[in-house]
Ligand binder design. Structure first.
Ligand SMILES: NC(=O)c1ccc[n+]([C@@H]2O[C@H](COP(=O)([O-])OP(=O)(O)OC[C@H]3O[C@@H](n4cnc5c(N)ncnc54)[C@H](OP(=O)(O)O)[C@@H]3O)[C@@H](O)[C@H]2O)c1
Length: 212
């Protein structure tokens, strides 16, 4: 049995991953978030809530006690401070395995006209996301960076994966897909160590996501 700490546990992708982990494993899930009243607990024997801020090392250290795997589903302008605090707290508590949700485009790996559009549209967002991912990758941790395409709320699981140093494929992917992929990765923690996975829906290549 594993203890999984989910940072940003009320995030939309995180909620899909949590449902999948509850259904397919017997793992204990520890939900870390700023406002615990937002979450509904279904199984108090397996779900625990800790209020905290991911920029605060002391909050993180408290939450990391007894944890095997960290899954960070975070966002925000202070994403770099969050990455720094998480690395510091994990090292202090001697925990190595982390899944870090980032974004397509952090390595300028999106090819063609879509890549140009993506860089322009995400200017100001991609830079801190790239820096935060680089902090996680450079840390003495066993990390997997997750780079979703543009997110949809489609009720589907349909994906293909690209790896670091490969051109990104497609334009979109559903949050449900990303949550299920992360759940599967957490169930196979020896896989994709120190890798960075692009996730997209097949056959969605284009100059922009379809809804733009
Ligand atoms: N939109 C896209 O097309 C797209 C594409 C690729 C990647 N992404 C990225 O993928 C990631 C996950 O997506 P998502 O839809 O699951 O995002 P989301 O629903 O916005 O979840 C992010 C979570 O981070 C939490 N958070 C932010 N700062 C925090 C802090 N200091 N301490 C604790 N929690 C904090 C938020 O909590 P609060 O509720 O307390 O604010 C929120 O629940 C995001 O970083 C997003 O930018 C987005």
């Amino acid at each position: 049995m594993q203890n999984i700490l989910i940072l940003g546990a009320n995030g939309r992708i995180a909620c899909f991953a949590e449902q999948d982990l509850l259904a397919k494993t017997n793992y204990q899930l520890i939900y870390f978030l700023r406002n615990s009243s937002r979450l509904t607990i279904q199984n108090p024997n397996r779900e625990q809530v800790i209020e905290g801020d991911a920029t605060k090392v002391s909050d993180l250290e408290r939450a990391l006690v007894g944890v095997d795997i960290v899954y960070a589903n975070l966002a925000g302008k202070d994403i770099v401070q969050q990455a720094q605090a998480i690395v510091q707290a994990m090292q202090k508590q001697g925990i190595r395995r982390i899944y870090w949700v980032s974004s397509l485009g952090i390595y300028d790996e999106v090819p063609g006209a879509f890549g140009v559009w993506n860089n322009q549209t995400l200017d100001g967002y991609l830079q801190p996301y790239a820096k935060a991912a680089a902090i996680i990758e450079a840390a003495p941790l066993d990390s997997t960076i997750i780079r979703p395409a543009w997110l949809t709320n489609q009720n589907e699981v349909n994906y293909e994966i690209t790896h670091k140093n490969e051109p990104f494929k497609g334009t979109e992917v559903s949050r449900k897909t990303v949550g299920v992929v992360i759940s599967e990765l957490i169930q196979n923690p020896q896989k994709a160590i120190n890798d960075s996975l692009g996730i997209n829906k097949p056959n969605t290549d284009g100059d922009k996501p379809a809804w733009y």
